[in-house]
Design a binder for this molecule. Structure first.
Ligand code: ZN
Length: 274
């Protein structure tokens, strides 16, 4: 059975190049079929007749509104969303998806997106990967709170392009500087400081976003093929980075692309399929 990967671009980011991700995955999996798409939501909605499209848009808008994380210490549960929240989602889903720092429950979003595919399109040998500009979080039972995520593994897999900027912790200097700027009523970090921190963290509109996202796309593929997404080796693309500096090291400066163990796993898989 050939492996197929469908890549969807819901990043709405000009610094994100989905074709580069596709080329990279094709290089790693020469026998796989890699297919590029535009926005998942737009493609799926536009494929429906008008009446069904309205129903589906309403369903999605309510679903996303329900998946909003309002309190990081409380799991999202069945709450009737406000009219304004549903209207916001409807606007976001039909226009160019804006992202205003709203945080969503990652597994609820995954569940919602999974329903957009039929069974032929999503299964053991066919993995959709959605690149989204939405901020996603999952609830951690150990400290009873939500944490932002870079990636939601599974079907469909979701890589959050804003999560790559926001989820791994930034150097402490960044938070200190932000506090100082906020104290004088400024919300942004000065360009000078941004330049200094560039070496140590991914910034909004960063031209390194695509290169970093390649490793996260590969994590979702490894999880689909081997049930294992992460690596302990700090130089491996599959390294589960908790700090921005670790992420940039693994994705941009690692001594190799994949560590020898993961390179071999891929090699064995490719040979077995011949
Ligand atoms: Zn590895």
């Amino acid at each position: 059975m050939p492996f197929r990967c469908d890549l969807y671009d819901d990043s709405f980011a000009s610094n994100f190049q989905i074709s580069e991700i596709a080329n990279y995955l094709q290089l790693k999996l020469p026998q796989a079929e890699i297919v590029m798409h535009g926005s998942l939501i737009h493609e799926k909605l536009n494929s429906l007749p008008e009446e069904e499209r309205k129903v589906s848009l309403q369903h999605l808008s309510v679903g996303f509104a329900k998946a909003r994380v309002h309190d990081p210490h409380k799991t999202v549960n069945e709450r009737e969303p406000l009219y304004g929240e549903i209207a916001y989602e409807k606007r976001r889903l039909t226009l160019k998806g804006e992202s205003k720092g709203v945080v969503y429950d990652g597994f609820m979003v995954q569940h919602l997106l999974a329903k957009l595919f039929d069974r032929k399109e999503i299964n053991r040998w066919r993995l959709p990967i959605v690149f989204t500009n939405q901020l996603l979080a999952t609830f951690d039972e150990s400290d009873r709170r939500y944490h932002l995520r870079t990636v939601i593994l599974g079907y469909p897999a979701i890589v959050s392009t804003t999560g790559l900027v926001e989820a791994p912790a930034k150097p402490r200097e960044f938070y200190l500087a932000r506090e100082q700027f906020r104290a004088v009523g400024l919300d942004a970090i000065s360009p000078l400081l941004a330049n200094e921190l560039k070496e140590r963290c991914l910034l909004p509109n960063d031209d390194r976003l695509t290169e970093v996202a390649k490793g996260y796309a590969l994590q979702t593929v490894f999880y689909a093929l081997f049930g294992e997404a992460f690596c302990q080796d700090k130089d491996c693309r599959l390294y589960n980075a908790h700090w921005q500096e670790e992420m940039l090291n693994a994705q941009l400066k690692g001594t190799y692309d994949l560590c020898p163990r993961h390179e071999n796993m891929l090699k064995d898989f490719l040979q077995a399929k011949r």
